[in-house]
Ligand binder design. Sequence first.
Ligand SMILES: Cc1cc2nc3c(=O)[nH]c(=O)nc-3n(C[C@H](O)[C@H](O)[C@H](O)COP(=O)(O)O)c2cc1C
Length: 178
Amino acid sequence: MNIMKAKIGIIYATVDGQTLKISKVLQEELFKKGNQVEIYSIKNFNKKITNFDKLIIGSSIRYGVHHKKIIDFINTNKNKLDTIKTAFFSVNLVARKPEKQTPTTNPYVVKFFKTITWKPTIVEVFAGKLDYKKYPFFDRIMIQFIMWMTKGPTNKNVEIEYTNWNKVTKFGKILHNL
Ligand SMILES: Cc1cc2nc3c(=O)[nH]c(=O)nc-3n(C[C@H](O)[C@H](O)[C@H](O)COP(=O)(O)O)c2cc1C
């Protein structure tokens, strides 16, 4: 395989767009390195997995779990995924805490890989975005509660992007060299 011109797919699941935003930065980074990069929502991915040299799967966390469609996709296609280079990244707010932002210290990622048998070539975790104004009432109350429990901001006007973009571009470089 010519590493300079790998065919790479990025599949994402998002609710408010942060996982897509991260996916687009990864796409740009990989594109700059000469790769052919296609990006798909999990909702409409219908390509043959083995047509890709590398597949990157990203999902945000909602109420403690990754998106069901992503989990189903991984479980259904595990054998095919095992034949190519793969990456998984999780996006959540707990990862804003320095002690919870690696694949071995982020509770959602640790738990996730205990419930599935797939082992991607590489795993990463990114802190997401907190934007109370976007959330429906019930969700806002729940997130305010989670934030209060974890000593985060609870003011309903708060909008903070915790994503570390340097970490995202570094991950892009690692993905290129996989
Ligand atoms: C309804 C809802 C539930 C969430 N649940 C969690 C959670 O359990 N743990 C966590 O760390 N972050 C949680 N988050 C934060 C999201 O993971 C974070 O905002 C992320 O940036 C969302 O990415 P997305 O826009 O790609 O969906 C939640 C956000 C919402 C709106």
